[in-house]
Design a protein around this ligand. Structure first.
Ligand code: SF4
Length: 340
């Protein structure tokens, strides 16, 4: 019988973080001046990641997304991509990047067998990009998007975290930009996850408001439906273009969540909001067999009852999820460690 958790949700999707380091400091993810990093010796080797991926695949995973931090900071990443792409039971192998280094690596990632790329793009304005990320390299992100398209990663996906008063006036320009670069943009509600220490309810632009703004401009929006366990709801515009909304904050999709997360040091998290995870690095390095790790995954997932975003929705949400002092004590609580 297929593995399911306590709410009947299968294990199908695995996000693998390959580094907790990032070359941007986005206000919604890493706004603090200093961070505690994972010890380098704890970071999994490509061989270890591949072995753990095999165990997850045996338990039902057929979609893998490579994340960070910024995954393109991990040296020789195409070697890992190649080994994952060779696993025939993986139907979808994707990567999420901030795009800064994508121009350099897009062709090699394509050659290695990567299926899809998602690029984070929160603004089309250089000055806003600098204020939002601390980087002046907006042009590099745009060049990375062009390079990904040229390498054959089409249609690309662009992810935009929408924050009130920061970039909520860019919904229409981003849809227009996406068409020019053969991409589909997905607008993500600002989430109160660990690391989002500047989050406030007032900064969230709800799905309904985004749809109202977009529909008013384009003369209507048609829901496409059928997203299954995918986080993005997709919509069709009268001119045939599509876009997505990930309404994690106002309309959580926990009931369909088939996602697990593996941190760069091998901690397996059952939910973006989980306060702790299962250490898979320790048994792996202690010599556990693939079968023993598979069994551990089976047992832990079958007990899973996480539905973090839904629980947050029912609470008084006037504060951030985790105070800065707690984040400084445990890097695993940070979104940039959990792979977003
Ligand atoms: S909050 Fe947790 S359970 Fe809900 S969709 Fe996100 S990862 Fe899945």
């Amino acid at each position: 019988m297929n593995l399911v958790d306590r709410f009947g949700r299968p294990l199908r999707s695995l996000r693998i973080s390959v580094t907790d380091r990032c070359n941007l400091r986005c206000q919604y993810c890493m706004p603090e001046p200093e961070y505690v990093w994972l010890p380098r010796e704890d970071v999994l080797s490509f061989e270890e990641i591949s072995t753990l991926a095999d165990a997850f695949i045996d338990e039902g995973v057929d979609r893998i997304r490579i994340t960070g931090g910024e995954p393109l900071l991990r040296r020789n990443l195409p070697i890992l991509i190649e080994s994952l792409a060779a696993k025939k039971r993986i139907a979808d192998l994707a990567l999420t990047t901030n795009g800064l280094l994508l121009k350099t690596h897009a062709a090699a990632l394509k050659s290695a067998g990567l299926h899809r790329v998602t690029v984070s793009l929160d603004t089309l304005h250089r000055d806003r990009f600098r204020a939002l990320t601390g980087s002046s390299d907006h042009d590099a992100v745009l060049a990375g998007i062009d390079a990904a398209a040229a390498a054959g990663f089409t249609p690309l996906k662009l992810d935009t975290v929408v924050i009130r008063g920061v970039n909520d006036d860019e919904l229409i320009p981003l849809i227009d930009f996406a068409r020019r670069v053969d991409a589909e943009v997905r607008f993500i509600e600002y989430m109160d996850v660990g690391g989002a220490t500047r989050w406030s309810p007032a900064a969230v632009v709800p799905r309904a408001e985004m749809l109202e703004t977009i529909g008013r401009h384009f003369g209507g929006v048609i829901p496409l439906g059928g997203q299954g366990s995918a986080p993005a709801e997709r919509f069709l515009l009268p001119d045939g273009r599509t876009f997505g909304i990930i309404a994690s904050t106002t309309h959580p999709f926990c009931s369909d969540c088939d996602r697990a997360r593996l941190t760069a040091d091998g901690i397996w998290l059952l939910c973006l909001y989980a306060s702790a995870g299962t250490d898979l690095r320790r048994p792996l390095r202690a010599g556990a067999t693939l079968e023993e790790i598979r069994q551990l995954i089976h047992t832990v997932w079958s007990l899973r009852a996480d539905r973090g975003a839904e629980e947050r929705l029912g609470l008084d949400r006037q504060t951030t999820l985790i105070p800065v002092r707690a984040l400084k004590k445990d890097a695993h609580l940070e979104m940039h460690t959990r792979g977003g």
